[in-house]
Design a protein around this ligand. Structure first.
Ligand code: PMP
Length: 359
């Protein structure tokens, strides 16, 4: 019996995708073995790779002058790959917005290779908002401008796309494929797969092709986007099962109506939960209203002594993984694409009942 899973990542996957993977696990495409047991260079797997890329291109309307990369090392690998690939083109400095723990990790990594200019920070209010664009201290000669459109831990999401002078780089790990985006406004988009794409072990990169000639000398081969692009993301053995499963998720997304349908659903799901939080005297959201994430909804109980009971009872009610990140405490419900509206309805009903019994 599958339960409602609100995990921040690795997160819920669409049930039909898991069923298909189960059905074809032992004998994939009549080959008498699984997709994990064939060469990544076989015609069958090449087809998987190419179809996944095309489906992702269709879903996000990725222009032809962008390369789609399937990468290893997670989004964290890209925290390093970004400065390695972009700081060798002249400018040795980069702009970063500091909005929470993921931005912080990206900043720390980039600082090892070049000069980082913190354009704005929301640290003064515990990363509970997005700094207003008119307060940013942008530099004139940055190699790129990095931001985190959705901070998975803080549950803070930018409600707009920054207009900046240098190539815009975005960590979309926890919001990719949840709404349509004008890809042409970005230099590089990246995301670890394990939230809205597929299982962990693979990351997606979308890079404008004129940015492929700016690497620092000595860049590690495995981080080099140009090599990845030239070799179809197969310079070395890719995580084939994760790639295959991501491809099934892309097909599922298309069948659901694509990212426009996901955007509508995400609006509905998150509004249901935020409206409830705002009406309650018992639960509350710590995030500024204009920056509330549609994907990750942190919330706190008025009395934190009840946290343990809340988690025990919610789990028993079939609502999994509501514990907030270990660094911030409280609760967090992640509402990625594969989390159905019924899951949020069940969560809100449970919370209303919990409030009545304990409030
Ligand atoms: N960026 C964001 C916004 C994330 O949420 C995460 C993972 N939760 C990461 C980066 C790190 O991803 P990975 O574990 O794939 O390195």
């Amino acid at each position: 019996m599958r339960k409602f899973n609100f995990c921040a990542g690795p997160a819920a996957l669409p049930e039909p995708v898991l069923r298909q993977a189960q059905e074809e696990l032992l004998d994939w495409q009549g080959l008498g073995c699984s997709v994990m047991e064939v060469s990544h260079r076989s015609p069958e797997f090449t087809q998987v790779a190419e179809t996944a890329e095309q489906d992702l291109r269709d879903l996000l309307a990725i222009p032809a002058n962008y390369k789609v990369l399937f990468l290893q090392g997670g989004a964290t690998g890209q925290f390093s790959a970004i400065p390695w690939n972009l700081l060798g083109g002249g400018s040795k400095s980069a702009d970063y917005i500091h909005t929470g723990q993921w931005a912080d990790k990206a900043i720390k990594e980039a600082s090892r290779y070049g000069q980082v200019n913190i354009v704005a920070s929301s640290e003064d209010r515990n990363f509970s908002y997005t700094p207003a664009a008119d307060s940013w201290q942008e530099s004139d000669d940055a190699a790129y401008f990095h931001y985190t459109p959705n901070e998975t831990i803080g549950g803070v999401e930018f409600p707009y796309i920054p207009e900046v002078k240098s190539p815009l780089v975005a960590d979309m790990s926890s919001c990719i494929l949840s709404q349509s985006i004008p890809v042409e406004k970005f230099g590089f988009i990246y995301a670890g797969a394990q939230k809205n794409i597929g299982p962990s072990g693979i990351a997606v990169g979308i890079v404008r092709d004129d940015l492929l000639d700016r690497a620092l000398p000595g860049i590690p081969r495995s981080l080099n986007w140009k090599i990845a692009a030239a070799g179809g993301s197969m310079d070395n053995t890719p995580p084939t099962f994760a790639w295959y499963l991501s491809g099934l998720v892309f097909k599922w997304l298309k069948a659901q109506g694509g990212v426009a349908a996901m955007a509508e659903l995400s609006e509905k799901k998150s509004a249901l939960l935020y409206d409830f939080l705002d009406r309650s005297d018992f639960f509350s959201s710590p995030v500024a209203k204009d920056s509330r994430s549609r994907m990750n909804v942190p919330f706190v109980l008025a009395d934190e002594k009840l946290d343990k009971l809340f988690l025990q009872e919610s789990e028993a009610a079939g609502l999994l993984n509501l514990k907030g990140h270990r660094s911030v405490g409280g609760m967090r419900a992640s509402l990625y694409n594969a989390v159905p509206l019924e899951a949020v309805e069940a969560l809100v009903a449970f919370m209303a009942d919990f409030e009545q019994r304990n409030g």
